[in-house]
Design a binder for this molecule. Structure first.
Ligand SMILES: Nc1ncnc2c1ncn2[C@@H]1O[C@H](COP(=O)(O)OP(=O)(O)O)[C@@H](O)[C@H]1O
Ligand SMILES: [Mg+2]
Length: 653
């Protein structure tokens, strides 16, 4: 078997591990150590939650670098920017600043960077500075097209469908009912024309474009394979087909597996099929079963010991997941000392639930267990609890389904940055025109839109600015800002001052809302500063990394209470966890109760249960207010499957 560590073996000085790496290696169990130091080209760490996959990935990176791999030859593909930062920080602690040379980021950011690099091969109308339409931008574009094409479907549904169709090379369209398929047949070309006229790629394109690039250009594939030597991937169970394909193209030898030599890239992937929760985005953990066929010479190492949780938490978690039929069989074991049995509480209303949970959290925080996590299937369930905690003076951060970059204020400022770096970014320009209002009305915008399609953004604007004072002033303002543009943080500050953005916020919002919005703005500036200290001052790159994360990015760790959806809790751990609303209809969610979905819902609760180290509280409400009306629910059947709350204690009501 090829020894991937053989590169630059001569470099004996490096053979001595740094003390901290040695200390880390000494901590690992035999399976982890085998994965970290494996000489095999492809390693799959298939394992259970809390078994040290992420830790082992970091150790593997450090080990490979110590054995001669240059950090710039390593790429870590993650699901969130936060995970990428975390990985780079940990490597920097182990290896010094050298560790920062690793390229770490989301699949989408990686795709964007590849696409920009090979801009001459982009789809028609796209330049190296192409704009990225995020999901919200796409939704807006679809909404407008629905009106123009006189379609009748829901914009949200069509946007999701469009995304899925693109990701499956339009195979998803075949299964649609006739009327829907007809709508899509008209929508797709119109939507693609919008992207082209705006010099933009959407989220799906950021994976599709690199995959096509590598499929159609073996020379580029070869070139990249000499540049990157090792790929690290965490949460591999949530890769969709395109992401899987991209990895194959990056890693597998261009001329077939037989030609594999010691310079072909290698791969370490960590995954747990029981934690696959992204199938609604087209992810499929099936490929884990075929890993050794796709990657010949691969070794599969099972990490079977949980270091995170007490046996009392793992027992019900294991019972629950055992009800799933489609899974790799495995056991949940731990040598951790015993702890309290998870508590299940039933309440008549969400008010009572909020009061009880807040009391309990207050007590835990006093015992030094902050941050305490409150998890739920939907963020709406978290809100009464968050408010009750705030009333007790606890600091609370709810990282809801609205990530920071989707907040209105943040979108305003980012739209400005986007226009500053790409004057043709029409999507962003539309937003900028109304922030603050400049008397540019719907009629003018409609005219501009037509102009943009016919002759492009810049020409249209220059012409229109002669007739419209507000627009003219905006173009002058943008030119001035462009001439003073520095890194993202400084540019944001200049922008906020120049626009007098805080005053604008206070005029626009409800009293009291300004503070909340301003908080997000400050968070954005902090984020930009953090970015600059790690990655430099390129605004384009900052935008790519910021926008291109599917996951919620809010930090939250400096707060005493962190509210999270079960989806966004992936990869995290807490001493004490509350899972609120463990009710039939919420989890499993009433819209996802068919067989396949049910298995995914079960995995979602499993992810939730396994976030807790020692303390776990689950709540059930018999009536709760959601979206302004009361809903009646019963306990989730998952509780019985896990034998939770059936230890003879009477539920409190
Ligand atoms: N060999 C080990 N010895 C002690 N603690 C470990 C070991 N491996 C992992 N851990 C700890 O267990 C917890 C879970 O590790 P993590 O890497 O997050 O697991 P996973 O990614 O598999 O869910 C972390 O707190 C980590 O530091
Ligand atoms: Mg992990």
């Amino acid at each position: 078997m090829t020894d991937i560590t053989a590169t630059r073996r001569d470099d004996t000085a490096r053979e001595r591990f740094s003390p901290s790496l040695e200390a880390l290696l000494a901590r690992l169990n035999p399976e982890q150590l085998a994965a970290v130091t494996s000489p095999r080209p492809y390693v799959l760490m298939a394992s259970i939650p809390g078994s040290g996959k992420t830790l082992a990935l970091v150790a593997r990176a450090a080990w490979l670098i110590r054995r001669g791999l240059r950090p710039t030859q390593l790429v870590a593909l993650t699901f969130s920017r936060k995970a990428a930062d975390e990985l780079q920080d940990r490597l920097a602690r182990l290896l010094g600043d050298e560790g920062r040379g690793v390229w770490a980021g989301t699949f989408h950011a990686f795709g964007a960077s590849l696409a920009r690099h090979y801009a001459r091969l982009l789809p028609r109308g796209r330049t190296a500075g192409f704009a990225v339409m995020d999901r919200d931008d796409s939704r807006r574009a679809v909404k407008r097209l629905i009106r123009e094409l006189d379609l009748h479907e829901d914009p949200g549904d069509l946007t999701e469908l469009l995304d899925r169709a693109k990701r499956t090379n339009y195979q998803a369209l075949a299964a649609l009912p006739d009327a829907m398929r007809e709508s899509m047949t008209r929508l797709v070309p119109a939507y693609e024309a919008v992207l082209e006229s705006r010099d933009a790629l959407d989220f799906a394109d950021l994976l599709i474009v690199p995959v096509r690039l590598l499929e159609n250009h073996p020379d580029i594939r070869r070139q990249l394979q000499t540049r990157w030597h090792h790929f690290l991937i965490d949460e591999g169970q949530d890769l969709d087909r395109l992401q899987q394909r991209l990895v194959e193209l990056l890693v597998l030898p261009v001329d077939g597996v037989a030609s594999r030599d010691r310079t072909a890239p290698t791969l370490t992937l960590a995954a747990d099929d029981d934690q696959a929760v992204m199938s609604f985005r087209g992810a499929s953990a099936q490929f884990l079963l075929q890993f050794t066929e796709v990657y010949p010479g691969a070794t599969v190492i099972n990490l079977g010991e949980n270091y995170r949780s007490t046996p009392e938490i793992l027992l019900p978690a294991g019972r629950l997941i055992d009800h799933n039929r489609r899974r790799l069989p495995k056991a949940l074991t731990t040598q951790n000392p015993p702890g309290p049995v998870p508590e299940v509480r039933e309440f008549a209303s969400d008010k009572e639930e909020a009061k009880y949970v807040a009391d309990r959290i207050e007590q835990w925080v006093a015992e030094g267990l902050a941050p305490v996590a409150v998890l739920a299937r939907m963020s709406a369930v978290l809100m009464p609890i968050a408010r009750a905690c705030e009333q007790r003076g606890l600091s609370v951060r709810v990282t809801a389904e609205t990530p920071l970059v989707e907040r209105k204020a943040i979108r305003d400022l980012l739209a400005y940055l986007r226009v500053l770096v790409n004057p043709n970014d029409w999507t962003a320009f539309e937003r900028v025109m109304g922030v603050p209002p400049r008397g540019i009305g719907a009629k003018t915008i409609a005219q501009l839109q037509e102009g943009v399609i016919r002759q492009g953004v810049e020409a249209t604007l220059v012409f229109a600015a002669r007739q419209h004072k507000g627009l003219g002033a905006l173009l002058v303002l943008l030119d001035t800002l462009r001439s003073r543009m520095r890194g993202p943080a400084a540019t944001l500050r200049t922008l906020i001052d120049t626009l007098d953005y805080r005053t604008y916020l206070s005029r626009r919002g409800e009293p009291g809302e300004t503070e909340r919005l301003w908080f997000y703005v400050e968070e954005l500036i902090e984020l930009a500063e953090g970015w600059e200290s790690r990655h430099g001052t390129d605004i384009r790159e900052f935008l790519d990394h910021l926008v291109l994360s599917e996951a919620d990015e809010s930090q939250g760790t400096s707060h005493q209470v962190v509210g999270l959806t079960l989806h966004s809790a992936k990869g995290l751990e807490f001493d004490a966890c509350v899972i609120a609303g463990v009710e039939e209809g919420l989890i499993p969610h009433y819209r996802h109760a068919a067989f396949d979905d049910l298995e995914e819902e079960r995995r979602l609760l499993y992810v939730g249960l396994t976030r807790a180290r020692t303390l776990l509280l689950l709540t059930v409400c018999h009536e709760r207010m959601l979206w302004g009306r009361p809903w009646v629910f019963g306990p989730s059947p998952f509780l019985a499957e896990a034998k939770l709350g059936s230890d003879g204690r009477r539920p409190a009501r």
